[in-house]
Design a protein around this ligand. Structure first.
Ligand SMILES: [Zn+2]
Length: 466
């Protein structure tokens, strides 16, 4: 449910008014905090945490030294010694809601030959910190650490625990897992929280002349499947005596490409449309309505209206002169939050029709959402409103998987992906994630730090459940 349509008793308007009464919240962070977060980020980048192998313990140790030096209690949790997760905590003075600032310390690999600078230099150049992980996501790691450390120094006492987790193994996270999924399973008390802020969004976009900041409140389920098509093998010189599975697969691929599922509007898409179009059109007209305001807005919501299906890999005969008896087509498929594989399979089988094939799901990961009529949403909203006149926070459903899923699934945590990107062009930023010359604007890291402090203070002032 979205804030404006919710019958819930909490009044977002009342909350915003209360936030306005705390002008100190949105003061620009001091030059020394800015330097502190920049230096910590540069030090983190200089630690190579490419996953695999990860070696995140080195980053966890650095963070522990920094945080304990600021009076913040830390605990390291590791499935194997070299892959530690750090969890730091500012204990709550009462039974208020817990807020978890979540981040991961591992990165994808980098090929120095493709880079202008050494990817592990943490070089500071023209207001940008360069290096692998600057955007994904050591900038947010550093900002989260400095947020909790600076609040501890100031004697801040939240109503509920303020927790900072810098986890391992987000970029791979397969079995065996070492990061947040493992923590949720083996040490749930360490990371259990009512609210969490993670990566996933924060981009500033301009739509129809208005500044919008995207906040990830939901994610689609990554749900790839394989179509295994059966035929009969034979010598390729005599096609009529065989039954070519590859040719049969081609017909099925064509049907998949023409799949046009009925669009639906999730609460995030509705809120996005309300912000961009001014109203919520019927689902069938949503794309056209968004496109009239800005084609970029239409491109953003298109994958959120229905499941998507993209055949990406195929394997058949291993010999040129042998007609294949089996052809396997791998299909990247993303379901809407809440949509089940059984529902999707019904649609897929109706589209494919009868035939000699099997449809085999490979996995089903993610697909969770958090409500957007919450105190955490109000905090995001009030922060964005204070960043620039007329700016608005809008919820988004992301197409990929993030660690927010583990929290939502394990504890029902309200988890959002938000770290504002205002100075850097968001298109450039998304191109640089996982590629050469990754860098982050110091101004954006400082803004992110300001945001995290704002959220910590806002949630830390929430009364307890009793
Ligand atoms: Zn990441």
């Amino acid at each position: 449910m979205c804030a404006t349509s919710s019958p819930a008793s909490r009044s977002p308007r009342g909350r915003r008014a209360r936030d306005r009464a705390r002008p100190a919240l949105l003061r620009v962070i001091s030059a020394s905090l800015r330097e502190e977060v920049t230096n910590l980020l540069r030090a983190l980048i200089r630690i190579d945490t490419v996953n695999p192998p990860g070696n995140e313990t080195a980053a966890a140790e650095l963070l522990r030294e920094y945080l304990e030096g600021n009076g913040v209690r830390c605990e390291l949790y590791a499935r194997v010694p070299e892959r530690a997760n750090l969890v730091a905590r500012l204990p709550g003075r009462a039974s208020g809601p817990r807020l978890l600032l979540l981040s991961h310390t591992d990165t994808v690999l980098a090929d120095p030959a493709e880079w202008t600078v050494d990817p592990w230099s943490g070089e500071l150049r023209d207001g940008y910190v360069w290096g692998r992980g600057a955007l994904d996501m050591k900038g947010q790691v550093a900002a989260s650490a400095v947020a909790i450390a600076s609040l501890a120094r100031e004697g801040f006492e939240p109503a509920g625990d303020l927790i900072f987790a810098a986890t391992a193994d987000e970029e791979v996270g397969e079995d065996p897992d070492f990061g947040l999924s493992w923590l949720c399973r083996e040490h749930p008390q360490a990371v259990r929280a009512e609210y969490a802020v993670n990566e996933g969004a924060g981009d500033r976009i301009e739509v129809g002349g208005r500044a919008l900041y995207l906040c990830a409140a939901a994610e689609k389920m990554t749900s790839p499947f394989v179509l295994r098509v059966h035929g009969r093998s034979g010598h390729a010189s005599l096609p009529s005596i065989a039954d070519n599975a590859l040719v049969k697969a081609a017909r099925l691929i064509d049907r998949l490409a023409r799949l046009d599922p009925e669009p639906t509007l999730g609460p995030e898409t509705e809120a996005f449309l309300r912000a961009v179009v001014g109203s919520v059109p019927p689902a069938r007209e949503a794309l056209a309505a968004a496109a009239r305001v800005d084609p970029a807005a239409a491109a953003m919501i298109e994958p959120l209206l229905a499941m998507t299906v993209s055949p990406t890999m195929i394997s058949a005969s291993s010999k040129r002169n042998v007609i294949p008896a089996v052809c396997e087509v791998t299909v990247d498929c993303r379901l809407l939050p809440g949509q089940t594989q059984a529902e999707a399979e019904q649609l897929l089988r109706a589209q494919l029709g009868e035939g000699e094939y099997e449809l085999v799901w490979r996995e089903g990961q993610g697909g969770t959402r958090s409500a957007v009529d919450t105190p955490l949403w109000a905090a995001v909203e009030s922060f964005v409103a204070g960043v620039e006149a007329g700016a608005q926070a809008v919820p988004m459903c992301v197409a990929g998987f993030t660690d927010s899923h583990w929290l939502r699934a394990a504890f029902g945590t309200v988890a959002y992906g938000f770290f504002p990107v205002k100075t850097m062009d968001p298109d450039l930023a998304s191109r640089l994630v996982h590629s050469a010359d990754e860098r982050v604007a110091v101004d954006d890291v400082a803004l992110g730090l300001e945001f995290l402090r704002h959220v910590a203070i806002a949630i830390g002032s929430e009364p307890g459940a009793g």
